[in-house]
Design a protein around this ligand. Structure first.
Ligand SMILES: [Zn+2]
Ligand SMILES: [Zn+2]
Length: 196
């Protein structure tokens, strides 16, 4: 019996080896996305030394470009490292990995100790299906409803826009939601702004 199990696990390793998506070494468990070394590289950003509005690195409470901004923005990681590789895989077709990102984003949101929004709204201007799936998964974990239609109901509500990364489609979503006059709007992405 034990031999059979061993064979089964050997075959499974050949058929479905779990390879770290970042360094391409074997993972400890077949359920893991990253090997231990790469998992340790994931560095969830903290509030300290970050602008309270756009979340960029800043010594002051607000960075210079945010003195007059109203939309608060937060993200989990910069545009690099294991999470960047994970997002690339998802956008290349590994859609089943979206719940892992949602869980990480929900964890980051709670860790940063933000109060729960009234609604979660997905970014509808890029990778629409995935963006909706992401919002749905985050909404399940945080137990906050998500909205993709009837945006006018966002008026006077606390709204959290969820998105994979800060790109043009994200900016467009912010503009569209702002027109509905929410009480507060926060943009929350896995990755921060693109660096050039
Ligand atoms: Zn690795
Ligand atoms: Zn700022």
């Amino acid at each position: 019996m034990r031999v059979l199990l061993k064979i089964r696990s050997a075959i499974q390793q050949i058929c479905y080896p779990s390879i770290c998506i970042y360094c391409h070494k074997l993972c400890n468990s077949k359920r893991h996305i990253f090997c231990r070394e790469c998992f340790d590289l994931i560095d969830l950003l903290e509030k300290e030394e970050r602008c309270s509005c756009c979340f960029c690195i800043s010594d002051e409470l607000y960075c210079l470009s945010c003195m007059h901004q109203t939309v608060k923005q937060v993200y989990v990681s910069e545009q690099e490292g294991p999470l960047y590789a994970l997002l690339e895989k998802i956008l290349q077709g590994q859609h089943y990995r979206v719940p892992a990102i949602a869980a990480l984003m929900a964890y980051q949101y709670l860790k940063l100790d933000f109060s729960l929004p009234d609604y979660i709204v997905p970014n509808l201007y890029a990778h629409k299906k995935l963006a909706i799936l992401l919002a749905k998964e985050i909404s399940k974990i945080l137990q906050v409803p998500y909205r993709r239609f009837f945006l006018r109901k966002l008026q006077n509500s606390h709204v959290l826009l969820t998105c994979f990364q800060q790109d043009q489609s994200y900016d467009k979503s912010i503009q569209v939601i702002e027109k509905e006059n929410p009480k507060t709007l926060m943009g929350f992405t896995l990755l921060g702004p693109l660096s050039f």
